[in-house]
Design a protein around this ligand. Structure first.
Ligand SMILES: *[C@@H]1O[C@H](CO)[C@@H](O)[C@H](O)[C@H]1NC(C)=O
Length: 164
């Protein structure tokens, strides 16, 4: 009798642990998503992104933003709500969103501003040729520019060959 109740007790205890573990990983993903899409696996740092990019041979998409910036918020909302963009991000890219700048000057070809999106090809080339609509801030996108962003994601998916 005593051993039977001990068994039940242990079983309940292990269920609880599994539940806690699951909750913890989900929470961690949400933190890295920062609202840009909870179903996407986000890398945490630029260095990690470059490493996984080379291993997976998928391009890296880097979204610079700030939580308090209304333009970042608007783009984030449009990006997170658009299924086809989310699908591409999930399947074809290594994804990184950053609220702090990297130390790589190639991540700021025309200055530091947000929102700013840059693509890196698995050959380690920052695709400064893939720009948005605005001449003064070439890598900025507004929430209405999702069609443009989608086209640029298509471009970034194709392997980049430097002309030698
Ligand atoms: C997602 O964005 C694409 C490209 O701009 C657009 O064609 C499509 O209608 C959008 N879908 C939704 C659900 O907003």
């Amino acid at each position: 009798m005593a051993s039977w109740s001990l068994y039940v007790f242990l079983l309940l205890l292990s269920c609880d642990v599994a539940f806690l573990k699951k909750k913890k990983t989900e929470k961690k993903e949400n933190i890295l998503a920062r609202g840009w899409g909870d179903d996407i696996t986000w890398v945490e740092t630029y260095e990690e992104g470059l490493k996984i990019m080379q291993e997976s041979d998928k391009p890296l998409m880097v979204i610079h933003h700030l939580l308090e910036c209304p333009y970042s918020q608007a783009l984030k909302k449009a990006f997170a709500e658009n299924n086809s963009i989310q699908k591409m991000a999930k399947e074809d890219f290594i994804m990184l969103n950053l609220v702090e700048e990297t130390t790589d000057p190639n991540m700021a070809p025309d200055g530091y501003y947000v929102p700013r999106i840059l693509f890196v090809d698995p050959s380690m080339t920052v695709r400064a040729d893939i720009a948005g609509k605005y001449n003064n801030r070439k890598f900025a996108y507004e929430s209405e520019d999702l069609d443009f962003l989608k086209e640029n994601m298509e471009k970034a998916k194709k392997p980049y060959h430097t002309e030698l």
